[in-house]
Write a protein that binds this ligand. Structure first.
Ligand code: THU
Length: 132
């Protein structure tokens, strides 16, 4: 599956966003090495802090279905905001632990797409190696 195809899937997932408060839909799609796709959207709550971001929804969906770190091929995260859909700090921390360090992360707002790794997005991270 190409980067553009995975981004298309993430835009499909964005349609399932529940974002009545921010009006900022975000979608994500995680691809595994065996070609399976796990979708996520941002799901908000009237108690705002309980909101789940799209990329965490997708990664938790994958893990909940038995996917392991080493199975993961790529992750696409999309929005239609003025900038590419850069993950928030909390999501970077989660992605740092649950994605392979060299996993491509495709970020797009339709107008612009960039590819990053979690190491680039979260340098000098704190992770499992610090506590296990
Ligand atoms: N959001 C995501 O889903 N992913 C991000 O990386 C940034 C923020 C969501 C959370 C909230 O529903 C909305 O975007 C506005 O912050």
């Amino acid at each position: 599956m190409t980067r553009e195809e995975l981004l298309h899937e993430a835009f499909e997932a964005m349609k399932n966003s529940y974002s009545p408060y921010s009006h900022y839909p975000v979608g994500a799609c995680l691809l595994t090495k065996d070609g399976k796709k796990y979708y996520g959207a941002n799901i908000e709550n009237a108690s705002f802090g309980l909101t789940n971001c799209a990329e965490r929804s997708a990664v938790f969906n994958a893990y909940s279905n038995g996917v392991k770190k080493e199975d993961i091929e790529a992750l696409a995260i999309v929005s239609e905001g003025p900038k590419v859909a850069a993950p928030c700090g909390a999501c970077r921390q989660v992605l740092n632990e649950l994605l392979p360090s060299n996993c491509p992360i495709y970020l797009s707002n339709r107008k612009e797409t960039v590819t990053k790794t979690i190491e680039e997005l979260l340098p000098m991270s704190f992770g499992p190696e610090d506590v296990l």
